[in-house]
Design a protein around this ligand. Structure first.
Ligand code: SF4
Length: 454
């Protein structure tokens, strides 16, 4: 949203709308749109007026909320729309998008960004005719034909503006910019450079508040997704961003400070049983209590042995490939077939629901950037396959000596060919996990079961 950035990327001019900013009138004009939990629903393709991002665009779009510390940089209640509004497109239109939100409030710092982001997500989920899946950095939104003429992009922003200012009174100003990148507006070519820059800005903000697991005595748990998966509990540590990708350790900490009776709760670490697997007595106790006594133990840094449960809103997943005794990775936007012989969508369906699925673990892109990423399974030395664009995106986090030895769909999706690929490339898995040059497949216990030696 800075002038310099816009000059470089050449963003077409947009239209501006002013939302009500008087606290008594924040919700004015929204009476003709349904709001609240009863409106949480999926919008089927046949019913959509417009789709933004999602698999058709390989999720290459974004929603970015930034905390701005200079009040003069945020114009309260201004919405800039670049591109067509909801009622101005042909029904069934699909386009990549960028949605940028600037927030200012005295006392609102980078530590609060995720908390505000989460409140924004809560507001959006209850809007009639609006569907959102995925994460802010890989969104998938649809707006139903049923709300054409009643819902506009400015009104979507108004709901967010009114809700966030109501539940986080410290927020004083919010400004919005929507780019609906239909071909006339610039399509993906316009969105991609903005996306790259936005992600870089967010990374810099996150690094400014970074901690290590060893620095803290308390982790945090989250049970928001219990409504989808009743036995599900996420464990959030400084190094482990949960797989929905929308909450970090700092975000969880702030959430508990501001909302101590909410879904996020402190999880004292207790005694560390195994630093590589990420096994802690305090975490196990908390997970057991909050999982309806269904999950006895979890290893935070393992996909293979006692992984954390998967509700269903993960950005990606790690999956065990028995033929090579290794782990594959895939992300929602990958629409091809994995070495398991199935697509990501089918895999996600199989491992969702809140069970402990040995060999499968939901992951977020940010968790892959951590030094504890699947550490208990061998870390990157156990990763044998991942989609090419995901590999490229994660290039700076994959150890240089392994990078070329991880196969992609461009090399093979066949497990037999993958085995030969790994041998030929000298992947570390051959030396460290195979015996005499041959993989030794593990016999994974069924979901919720125990490993025989436990
Ligand atoms: S995936 Fe985990 S951290 Fe994310 S909202 Fe669901 S329960 Fe909370």
């Amino acid at each position: 949203m800075s002038a310099a950035e816009d000059t470089e990327v050449k963003i077409p001019p947009g239209r501006e709308f002013q939302l009500p900013t008087d606290p008594d009138h924040l919700w004015d004009g929204l009476q003709d749109v349904g709001l609240g939990i009863r409106w949480v629903a999926e919008v089927k393709k046949a019913d959509m007026q417009i789709e933004l991002s999602g698999p058709k665009w390989e999720y290459k779009s974004y929603t970015i909320l930034e905390v701005i510390e200079d009040p003069n940089q945020v114009r309260d209640g201004i919405v800039t729309l670049i591109g067509p509004d909801i009622h101005e497109v042909e029904p069934g239109t699909s386009a990549p998008s960028a949605w940028e939100i600037k927030v200012y409030g005295p006392g609102i710092t980078q530590r609060h960004r995720e908390y505000v982001e989460r409140q924004m997500a809560m507001a959006l989920h209850g809007i009639e005719g609006y569907m959102a899946f995925g994460s802010f950095q890989a969104p998938w939104m649809r707006i139903s034909k049923a709300v054409v003429g009643r819902l506009t992009f400015a009104k979507l922003c108004q709901v967010v503006h009114a809700y966030v200012k109501t539940v986080v009174p410290q927020v004083e100003k919010m400004e919005f910019r929507w780019i609906v990148a239909t071909p006339e507006v610039g399509g993906l070519d316009l969105i991609l450079p903005l996306y790259k820059r936005g992600i870089e800005r967010l990374k810099a903000q996150e690094q400014s508040v970074a901690l290590e697991d060893e620095d803290v005595d308390i982790f945090y748990g989250c049970t928001i997704c219990k409504s989808l998966a009743p036995n599900h509990v996420c464990a959030i540590t400084p190094s482990q961003i949960p797989y929905c990708g929308i909450l970090s350790y700092n975000g969880a900490q702030v959430t508990v400070e501001l909302d101590p009776e909410g879904y996020i709760f402190p999880m004292p670490k207790g005694e560390c049983r195994d630093p590589d697997l990420g096994s802690y007595t305090g975490v196990d106790e908390a997970v057991y209590e909050r999982s309806n006594h269904q999950v006895k133990r979890v290893n935070i840094f393992s996909a293979i042995r006692y992984p954390t449960t998967n509700c269903g809103c993960f950005e990606g997943a790690a999956f065990y490939i028995p033929e090579v005794d290794g782990l594959g990775l895939a992300i929602r936007r990958y629409i091809g077939v994995t070495p398991l012989g199935i697509k990501f969508s089918r895999l996600a369906g199989m491992i969702s629901g809140g069970s402990q699925n040995h060999g499968y673990k939901g992951i977020s892109l940010r968790s892959m950037q951590s030094k504890t990423f699947l550490k208990g399974d061998g870390g990157w030395n156990r990763i044998v396959w991942m989609p090419a664009d995901m590999k490229q995106e994660m290039a700076e986090y994959i150890p240089e000596e392994v990078y070329d030895k991880i196969a992609t769909e461009q090399d093979t999706i066949d497990p037999g060919e993958l085995r030969e690929f790994l041998k030929q490339k000298g992947h570390p898995i051959v030396e460290r996990f195979w015996k005499n040059g041959e993989p030794q497949p593990l016999n994974l216990p069924p979901p919720g079961g125990d490993w025989p030696d436990e």
